[in-house]
Design a protein around this ligand. Structure first.
Ligand SMILES: *Cc1c(COP(=O)(O)O)cnc(C)c1O
Length: 221
């Protein structure tokens, strides 16, 4: 039993005060830990490996809202489609098309966040503002009736430089604000998923309304 109850209560309160949703990132942690947080009333959990998510989902209460926060491969979408609450890291039109196809099969509309590239690091995935604009205005996109783009997601540089991280978050918030007014049947931006254990306060002050926190809640991985 290693969940950090005091941290949880403090962060949950902070998020409530700022109208942000706390996604508890339980990757690599056992179902017992998830259940502990569940018993405190928590329902939003995030995982970043499909296989691990499927194993946990099968063992845990069905009212958990599962968030997929990792890099999703097209061939794995079909496993998540029946139950996933929100897919955070959609970074290509191809993936969006596959999610739409699998959502249609299970007769669902799957909420998605598009992942934006904001960090000065080569390893992070995502699209830039121009690619986002092109995607959202394309006819092909408008035909995807079984997905709904509900927001954007981004990861700042892994850095101690607060100014850098803050400017990356602010940059993403600006993009979010720009596209928020674009309301179409399958695109209604209301979620901005940014902020992790090390930078969630900075992210929320820059405009985030959804944070993904792992190690502060479950201990180091
Ligand atoms: C692991 C992970 C997190 C949580 O990271 P912590 O630093 O443990 O809070 C958040 N977002 C993504 C995409 C992750 O992979």
């Amino acid at each position: 039993m290693s969940i950090q109850v005091e941290n949880y209560k403090r962060i949950q309160l902070f998020c409530q005060q700022h109208q942000a949703t706390l996604v508890a990132v339980s990757k690599t942690k056992p179902v017992e830990d998830i259940l502990e947080l569940y018993k405190l009333g928590h329902r939003d959990f995030g995982e970043n490996y499909v296989q691990e998510l499927l194993e946990k989902q099968a063992q845990l209460p069905s009212d958990i809202r599962w968030h997929f926060i990792g890099h999703l491969q097209s061939n794995k979408v079909k496993y998540l489609a029946p139950f996933i609450s929100l897919i955070h890291g959609v970074d290509s039109f191809k993936l969006l098309k596959e999610i739409n196809k699998q959502a249609l099969k299970t007769n669902r509309i799957i909420p998605c966040l598009l992942q934006m590239y904001i960090a000065k690091e080569e390893t992070k995935f995502g699209m830039d503002k121009l690619e986002l604009a092109e995607l959202l205005s394309s006819e092909e996109f408008s035909l995807l009736s079984n997905i709904c783009v509900e927001g954007l997601m981004g990861m700042a540089s892994f850095s101690n430089d607060k100014n850098l991280v803050e400017s990356e978050f602010k940059g993403l918030y600006e993009i979010y604000r720009t596209f928020k007014s674009l309301q179409t049947p399958n695109c209604k931006l209301s979620l901005l998923s940014m902020g992790m254990s090390g930078d969630y306060e900075l992210a929320i002050s820059a405009g985030s309304n959804m944070v993904r926190i792992g190690s502060l809640l479950f201990g180091a991985r």
